[in-house]
Design a binder for this molecule. Structure first.
Ligand code: HEC
Length: 147
């Protein structure tokens, strides 16, 4: 085929890709979820990371860590519940959330470097972030949700 044919094919491949990608991202656009469901998914991500740590599978560690930062958005209902329950303490809630997110990124980076020592260092900080937020707020928000 002539050069125009080749260019047309290339352009249509790119257009197809971008169409495909935008469809994908619409499909992948997660439904919002309630907080406790997001939390259960976070726990699965932690399991994935753990499995990667104990089997020295850095791809699993990377996947688990990336998933922590890709959870579904919080439903409006859950957000409202948390805001009503915590009031001005929302700022502290947000700080714990930030710690978990930024150190999850660091776990991922360490996994890409295949550096187990660094994975563990960052993992402990993430775990501490989960547990600190729970110590401060889990029971209170759970009670507010189920009452
Ligand atoms: C910013 C605060 C915060 C952080 C950070 C946080 N959690 Fe939570 N988590 C909560 C709150 C609040 C609840 C209670 C939600 C409810 O019961 O409605 C909860 C509940 C849970 C539950 C129980 C869910 C259920 O069905 O009762 C699990 C499991 C959990 N979190 C796992 C994790 C893991 C794993 C991490 C870290 C990767 C984490 N959480 C980080 C605030 C946090």
């Amino acid at each position: 085929m002539g050069i125009i044919g080749v260019v047309t094919v290339i352009i249509s491949i790119f257009m197809g890709m971008s169409l495909y990608e935008s469809n994908e991202s619409e499909k992948a656009e997660p439904e919002s979820q309630e907080l406790h469901n997001i939390m259960r998914l976070l726990m699965l991500d932690i399991h994935t990371i753990n499995e990667g740590i104990y089997t020295q599978n850095f791809d699993l560690i990377e996947t688990g860590a990336a998933n922590i930062n890709q959870h579904a958005p919080l439903s409006d209902q859950s957000r409202q519940l948390v805001m009503d329950t915590l009031g001005e303490r929302m700022a502290q809630f947000g700080e714990f959330d930030d710690v978990v997110h930024s150190y999850a990124d660091s776990i991922r980076d360490a996994a890409i470097e295949k550096n187990m020592g660094r994975v563990l260092e960052q993992y402990r900080i993430v775990e501490q972030g989960c547990v600190s937020c729970h110590a401060a707020f889990q029971n209170e928000i759970r009670q507010a949700r189920i009452q």
